[in-house]
Design a protein around this ligand. Structure first.
Ligand code: FPP
Length: 258
């Protein structure tokens, strides 16, 4: 059995379809989605999750109709205005990853302020990915590594060196990635950081993703056998069965191979 994941990442998909099903504009779905962000952040914090990373706006989302883009920006601003004081008091640290230079100056300054106001917190580390793309993150990290080490050749760049320049450099990699809304794609989210992440896809649309749905995902994660490139036998029988037959038996019985 795995313990509860320390870091959960979520692709919050399905706001538009949630609204369409109810004959409402897509922006109503996003507003319900934003309300659910508030709720799930509180639940994750109460569950003792240390890191929660949410995909709020991808680099590709600019292609949406301008009124939808502007509604999403408005919700982000509103979220910062209404939540940061409470986060600060509750011990939540907020980070925003992605290319924020494309945002309106007001939103950029509210993001800076929110990060500054919660920088000393060490309860839940909440990261919002906004104008974020995994390919952008990796390319930016390579360029930053090169700028930081002008005397070195790119041949010397290794995974650990690159990771220190990713936007998530201060975060552990997620153990569990949840995507709501019924699609089974990564959609340019944390491409590098999810190399060994367990991927959980659910048909539930984001506004309906409640505590029970989160618990179900966490329970599912608990049953996964994480091999990190090793064989099932190596993971399930850390001691030789010959010398520790009873240990191997207990481990095998307790872990359901997914
Ligand atoms: C995907 O649903 C969702 C988004 C592109 C935006 C996610 C935004 C929020 C949850 C609200 C704002 C966020 C914060 C942090 C306040 P979709 O529109 O692609 O849904 P569809 O696939 O059903 O059309």
């Amino acid at each position: 059995m795995n313990t509860q994941p320390k870091h959960i990442a979520i692709i919050m998909d399905g706001n538009g379809r949630w609204a369409k099903k109810r004959l409402m504009p897509r922006t109503v779905g996003h507003a319900r989605g934003a309300a659910n962000v508030r709720h799930i952040v509180k639940t994750a914090h109460a569950m003792g999750v240390r890191y929660l990373t949410l995909f709020a706006f991808s680099s590709e989302n600019w292609r949406r109709p301008p009124e939808e883009v502007s509604a999403l920006m408005g919700l982000f601003l509103q979220y910062l205005a209404s939540e940061v004081a409470e986060m600060r008091a509750a011990g939540i640290r907020l980070r925003v990853i992605g290319d924020r230079s494309a945002f309106a100056p007001l939103l950029q300054s509210r993001i800076d302020q929110a990060e500054h106001d919660t920088a000393d917190n060490d309860g839940l580390h909440l990261t919002i990915a906004a104008n974020y793309g995994g390919q952008w993150d990796v390319l930016t990290a390579v360029r930053a590594w090169q700028a930081a080490h002008p005397e070195r050749s790119l041949q010397e760049l290794d995974p650990a060196g690159l990771a220190t320049h990713l936007s998530t450099a201060e975060l552990p990699d997620p153990e569990l990635l949840i995507r709501t809304g019924g699609e089974s794609r990564i959609s340019n989210f944390l491409l590098w950081q999810t190399a060994y992440t367990e991927l959980y896809f659910t048909d539930v649309h984001w506004p309906d993703f409640d505590d029970a749905a989160l618990n179900k995902a966490v329970q599912w994660y608990a049953q996964r056998v994480r091999r990190f490139g090793r064989t099932d036998e190596q993971v399930l029988q850390p001691y030789s069965a010959e010398h520790h037959p009873s240990t191997a038996l207990v481990i095998e019985k307790d872990i359901k191979i997914g």
